[in-house]
Design a binder for this molecule. Structure first.
Ligand SMILES: Cc1cc2nc3c(=O)[nH]c(=O)nc-3n(C[C@H](O)[C@H](O)[C@H](O)COP(=O)(O)OP(=O)(O)OC[C@H]3O[C@@H](n4cnc5c(N)ncnc54)[C@H](O)[C@@H]3O)c2cc1C
Length: 291
């Protein structure tokens, strides 16, 4: 199918884009990489009268990395994050996550901001945002505000962003330098959305006990979830197969996944336990400085 007719608006600056959003409100949608929005328009599930194209807007594509934060402009292409040597060095879990997003052609166009705002419950970038306590920087013509990832995701494809607001950048908090990581998932075919996806970060102190643990799961609810019971079970303990099995069990017990044509609820719960256990073992093997 072809999309319903629409006006294409091409602002050159953030201020111009925000003025357009304010004047058109619910009648407008912003276009980033188009990898989610355009299929929705082609199926006429979205029929915006005005499409505000962000591709000519300046200032939305910086990547800044320091010891504390990776700041990514909303229009940074997923492929640019995937190919950044600095990100591969300092935040390799982000590259591992993005490599599992669709196919290269999709990642060439798809943006970090578009994926974060689209908020598919199985998507890798929202999962990483929740795992890394990301902060979303939003602007409207009137005001700026920042929202934590845990508050941003509110339901299925539902976020705390108003029709007149734009995501301008996202700050991902950097985990400890030495920590191990793993982002893994099960999908029916390579490039499909995950049935269940898991992101794990694990750090150990000098006493070889876990002092940093992040466990997040996607595809088991309307939004990605932090597995706090699993994290609590890990911290203070020595890494090992039994501990990881227990953390996986804790995560599986904490979720109440939906059933759909791709998988039953019980299969998703089972995958949660298995993937958390495997991801923890992989993360442990990647902790720097371990003999
Ligand atoms: C075949 C296929 C397979 C895919 N597989 C995966 C996958 O495995 N994992 C995965 O995560 N994704 C997958 N995707 C989706 C892909 O990652 C999209 O790129 C992403 O979801 C949306 O990013 P975009 O830049 O294309 O945004 P768009 O499609 O342009 O926009 C998406 C939504 O976000 C809004 N939006 C975009 N930018 C902003 C902004 N700065 N401020 C406010 N609102 C904004 C738009 O208005 C729209 O509602 C797949 C897509 C396809 C076509």
């Amino acid at each position: 199918m072809k999309p319903a007719p629409f006006n294409l608006l091409r602002p050159k600056s953030v201020d111009e884009a925000l003025a357009l959003l304010q004047s058109h409100g619910d009648e407008a949608k912003v276009l980033a990489g188009g990898q989610s929005l355009v299929p929705l328009m082609n199926f006429r599930l979205a029929q915006p009268h005005n499409l505000i194209d962000l591709n000519g807007v300046e200032g939305l594509d910086p990547i800044r990395l320091d010891d504390q934060t990776l700041a990514v402009g909303a229009m940074v292409r997923q492929r640019d994050v995937e190919r950044s040597p600095a990100i591969a060095e300092r935040l390799p879990i982000l590259r591992e996550a993005i490599e599992q997003v669709g196919h290269p052609a999709i990642r060439n166009r798809g943006t970090v901001g578009g994926s974060l705002v689209h908020a598919d419950p199985s998507a890798e970038l929202p999962l990483l945002a929740v795992a890394l306590d990301a902060i979303f920087h939003l602007r409207s013509a009137q005001a700026s505000r920042s929202v934590a990832a845990k508050d941003f995701y509110q339901g299925y494809l539902l976020t705390d962003i108003a029709p007149e607001e734009l995501l301008v950048a996202t700050d991902f908090h950097m985990p400890p330098v030495d920590c191990g990581w793993c982002c893994t998932e099960i999908a029916r075919r390579h490039g499909d959305f995950a049935i269940v996806a898991v992101a794990v970060l694990l750090g150990c102190g000098r006493d070889r006990r876990i002092d940093f643990a992040r466990v997040a799961v996607g595809g088991v609810g309307p939004s990605p979830l932090r597995m706090t019971a699993a994290e609590q079970a890990l911290v203070g303990e020595r890494p090992g197969a039994e501990l990881f099995r227990g953390a996986g069990d804790a995560a599986a017990q904490a979720v109440n996944p939906p059933a759909d044509i791709h998988a039953s609820s019980s299969y998703r719960r089972h995958l949660t336990g298995v993937l958390v256990r495997r991801a923890l073992a992989t993360a442990e093997s990647r902790i720097k400085g371990r003999a």
